[in-house]
Write a protein that binds this ligand. Structure first.
Ligand SMILES: [Zn+2]
Ligand SMILES: [Zn+2]
Length: 388
């Protein structure tokens, strides 16, 4: 049997969480955050070794038994958001216009809590890797870590991550086999036509009508029912056309959408359908079309065995277990990991009346630190903490 975490460590974890909260950094620029995490681990709960600079600012701390066995990876995110904090507690963000509004400060703290637990309960076989990943909020961090050649040496057998989830009972464990978060992609369309005199639009090429048709076509493709396999939400998020010059018929326009589906296959299918219509409309109107993508989040695909382990731990700890019928509508870039490795993502309820994620008054509920450490340490028993 493994020991639970000492009570005194929770006070340290709360101070760590508040320090991280007060010192947020944006995606890809988490230099001081990762330095603080590394120093804290090295001082208090030293791993066997670190791998630094993964996908930019990423850090992996490995607790190695020195014996053969599986490599188990847990992930937390380093980044904050470009949102001005409105809370005025004594650990409020000290950087104007930047704050931890997704709870990544809490997620990092939980991984540090797991490091504390691993220091008291070292793995008996294989290794446990704690990955502090950059740039989750723009969807680029997971992919850059996976593409980093230093990550090849880690090669995990199983990967886990969690996200806190407001609107659900505090400490409830929310999980689902198969697709768990949506596949999300952002599509940037640029239409180049030809300006003309506003009194003679017919002698130029104005993209307005094609853009309107594209918006209407995308709207017809929407299937808001998340229970359906063809679930698909296409949201126009940005548009621009011409100039505020009243003698000129517009010759240039941009239209940006986000696309959400249940899984990667449906994403490709819907993208193909939408794009072939857009190309057809643009060609028929002599518009030059440029297509670009950004903020791609691969859908999380939860492995059955990993989900069973999450359910077992939650039941053994006496936590409420909520099994979802449909995937969550948001994207989470941990999907890039579960597309490649077996594993699963789950959520821990942040309380029914907690402000929503990305809202300016949100703050990570510190009671979740214990739930997170208990869940993650519980999961190790299936991999690195049993001699079976
Ligand atoms: Zn977020
Ligand atoms: Zn997040």
């Amino acid at each position: 049997m493994t020991k639970p975490l000492d009570e005194s460590i929770y006070d340290q974890l709360v101070s760590i969480r508040r320090y991280l909260h007060a010192n947020p950094e944006l995606s890809g620029k988490e230099y001081e955050t990762v330095e603080y995490v590394k120093n804290t681990l090295a001082d208090k709960f030293p791993p066997s070794f670190f791998v630094e600079g993964l996908g930019g600012t990423g850090l992996a701390a490995t607790y190695d038994s020195g014996k053969d066995g599986p490599t188990l990876l847990f992930r937390a995110e380093l980044d904050a958001l470009p949102i001005e904090e409105v809370n005025n507690f004594d650990y409020q963000s000290n950087r104007s216009g930047v704050s931890h509004k997704c709870g990544h400060d809490g997620h990092m703290t939980i991984l540090i809590g797991l490091a504390a637990w691993l220091t008291q309960n070292p793995p008996v076989k294989g290794k446990v890797v704690l990955l502090f990943q950059p740039a989750e909020e723009n969807g680029s961090g997971a992919v850059s870590v996976l593409e980093d050649e230093d990550f090849e040496g880690i090669d995990p057998d199983c990967v886990y991550a969690f996200h806190n989830l407001p609107g659900h009972p505090k400490g409830s464990i929310i999980v689902k086999e198969g697709p768990f978060t949506s596949a999300v992609n952002s599509l940037l369309l640029t239409f180049r036509g030809k300006t003309s005199h506003a009194g003679e639009p017919q002698s130029g090429v104005n993209p307005a009508l094609v853009m309107a048709k594209v918006i209407a076509y995308a709207d017809e493709m929407n299937q808001f029912d998340r229970g359906r396999k063809d679930f698909c939400i296409l949201t126009p998020v940005y548009a621009t056309l011409g100039e505020k010059a009243y003698g000129v018929s517009a010759g240039y326009g941009e239209l940006h959408f986000t696309l959400r589906t249940r899984n990667e296959d449906t994403m490709s299918e819907k993208e193909d359908k939408l794009l072939s219509e857009i190309y057809r409309l643009a060609n028929d109107s002599d518009l030059k079309l440029e297509v670009d993508y950004t903020d791609r989040f691969y859908g999380n695909s939860n492995d059955q065995e990993a989900v069973d382990h999450i359910k077992e731990v939650a039941k053994a700890k006496g936590y409420d277990l909520i099994e979802l019928d449909d995937p969550l509508p948001f994207g989470e870039d941990f999907g890039a990991f579960t597309q490649q490795f077996s594993g699963a993502m789950f959520c821990i309820g942040s309380g029914e009346n907690t402000p929503a994620l990305h809202n300016p008054d949100y703050d990570f509920p510190e009671e979740l630190i214990d739930y997170g450490v208990q869940m993650f340490s519980g999961l190790t028993q299936f991999y690195t903490h049993t001699n079976d």
